[in-house]
Design a protein around this ligand. Structure first.
Ligand SMILES: [Zn+2]
Length: 82
């Protein structure tokens, strides 16, 4: 995990719908979905509010990791394009 200042940077994969980004959260052990596009602004964490995830305090920035692979799409439970 790259860190810029105190805000972590997480890889974000582009979902096949062109709208969502799939971001693996090591604290929740699942993918969070965010809206494209990726900007330099920190995102609010999609971790459960009552979880111990440090992202709830820091938020995180997104780094373009390219198109989601079939494995990422499957693991994220994202619907496949028709
Ligand atoms: Zn999380």
């Amino acid at each position: 995990m790259a860190v810029v200042g105190l805000i972590p940077v997480l890889p974000a994969y582009s979902a096949p719908d062109g709208v969502h980004l799939l971001v693996w959260c090591a604290h929740c052990r699942r993918y969070h979905r965010h809206r494209a596009p990726i900007t330099s602004a920190p995102r609010l964490a999609h971790c459960a509010p009552d979880s111990a995830s440090p992202y709830n305090c820091s938020g995180y920035k997104l780094l373009d990791a390219g198109p989601a692979t079939p494995a990422v799409i499957r693991d994220a439970g994202f619907p496949h394009p028709r």
